[in-house]
Every structure is written in C-alpha cells, then in structure tokens.
Design a protein around this ligand. Sequence first.
Ligand code: NAD
Length: 284
Amino acid sequence: MSIQTIAVLGAGQMGGGIAQVAAQAGYQVLLADVDLARAEAGKAGIDKFMSKAVAKGKLAEADKQAALERITCVDGIPGLAKADFAIEAATENIELKKKLFRQLDEVLGPDAILATNTSSISITMIGAQTSRPTKVVGMHFMNPVPIMKLVELIRGLPTDDATYEATRALAEKLGKTVITSKDSPGFIVNRILIPLINEACFALQEGLGSAEDIDTGIKLGLNHPMGPLALADLIGLDTCLAIADVLHRELGDDKYRAANVLRMHVAAGWLGRKVGRGFYDYSK
Ligand code: NAD
C-alpha cells in the first residue's frame, strides 16, 4: 500500500514526536488532539524540539521548516478523514482509546490502517471496536520518538499480514528498528520496564535510599543511561501508573501491583517532567 498522509491523534509528547519523524521522512501529517488549540500547542512543541537540534547543528533550518510545513493541525477526528494511515497517541486510558477507535473507524476511508501507540492495552480489544479489526495494529514508539530507535509492533488476533507488513515498512521508513511482540499486556518492553520502575518506587517508599541514590545505583551499578525514577518522570507518572494497573489487572498477579508512592504522585498531579514535578523538581 502507498502511504501519503499520516494522521496523528493526540499531540502530547509521543504524538508530537511521531508527527515530527513522519514529517521529516516526507509524509504529509494531519495532527489532531481534543481541539485545534491543543493540536497547535503540540506543533509548537515540535518546533521547539527541532529548533534545539538546529541550534546544536544537527538539523538544517530549511529542513526544519520543510518538516513543519508538512504538519497540518486539524480540529479533532473529523479533520483526519483524508489520511491513509492513522497513529493514535492519546492518553493511556482504555475507555478513551475504545471511543477514539470507533470514531476513527467512522471517519477514515475503509482501506486506512489504524495503529495505536498504546503502551499496554490489548490491540485485539481496540480492534474489536472497529469494522476493520484486520487493519488495526500496535505501533509502539519509544520516548523521545525522534531519538529512540525502537518501534515495537503488535498484531491483534485478527490483524492481517498486509497490515503488519505495511506498518513494518512504515516504521523502517521512519528510520526505526522493529521488534514484534504478541498481544499481551505491556507487550515486551513495558512488561519488563514497568516492574523495574515500580520496584524502584517500592524501594523509595520503603526508605531504602533517596531517589538520587536509587537512580545512581541503577545508572552506575547496572550501566543504564537513566535511573528508573528519572525515566518514570520522563515517561509521565500517569502513564506509568496506567500501564502498571493494566499489567496487574490483566496478568492477575499481585507482583504487578502499583506502589502507593506512584499512585499518590499521580493523585497529587505530580506527573513528571511534563508538569515540572514528579519524583524530581524540574521547575528551576
Ligand atoms: P501526553 O499526556 O503527553 O499526551 C496525551 C495527549 O492526548 C494530550 O495532548 C491529550 O490532550 C490528548 N488527548 C486526550 N484525550 C483526547 C481525545 N479525546 N482526543 C484527542 N486527544 C486526546 O501522553 P504521551 O506520553 O504522549 O502518551 C500518549 C500515548 O503514548 C499513551 O497511550 C502512552 O501509553 C503511549 N506511550 C507513551 C510513552 C512515554 O514514554 N510517555 C512511550 C510509548 C508510548
């Protein structure tokens, strides 16, 4: 299938990154969020991210401008009708994603592929909301999208070979390396990452050490580029908690229960870098 126009639904940190790499690869991008203003705020974030790359000499100003010109902000899902491939990157919430897929299915042409960037939610279940479950697929990018090389592909039970192959080819055109996971809660990466982050939260709440000690221990002791609490702040603590809750509920094992300190940070609105405060303070 020939893909010309990619719809990105959700213009937060992941949707912004996906829109950027798609535009830089030469695709026309339609970017939507709850309303036009949120989509435009997402595009402003892309501009800022790319301007930093220009300042560092890693990107030409003309290439930045050309990519930005390929991104059109639209007012909600009705504006995405012309796309032949959609990537949903809205908040990690099951009921929300079900609703968005019913709407995408109504608005996009019958041949369009509908992909979701969900971190943990079943692709089969999301696909079952639509009249085209064979054309629904998981396309799980990593954060920050322009920098991280991996895309994890997930086939729902009904996903057909043509959909899988077209999605793999797209991921490769975006410069990514692909792995494939079964449709199981958290897939491969978050099945392993979220228990690590959650265990770091338990270590913090039990007073084993400070956040800095825990993160330095994992960085220097295990040679990870970031500590798990700093990584949780980067991902978003709301997203981490939503994934932990899916793992716990769907896998049915109490070893996946979320640490209270994670739940309380989310309750307080301390969601990490995106709001300036999480396990660390980013306001200064
Ligand atoms: P975010 O909070 O930065 O952005 C979510 C966006 O979704 C917001 O702009 C919000 O306004 C929008 N949204 C909410 N309801 C909507 C609706 N009804 N219609 C359209 N847009 C709506 O979150 P994020 O980190 O970008 O995560 C988005 C998705 O990507 C989630 O499914 C998450 O699990 C997944 N993901 C996140 C990461 C990460 O590291 N943060 C990594 C891989 C995948």
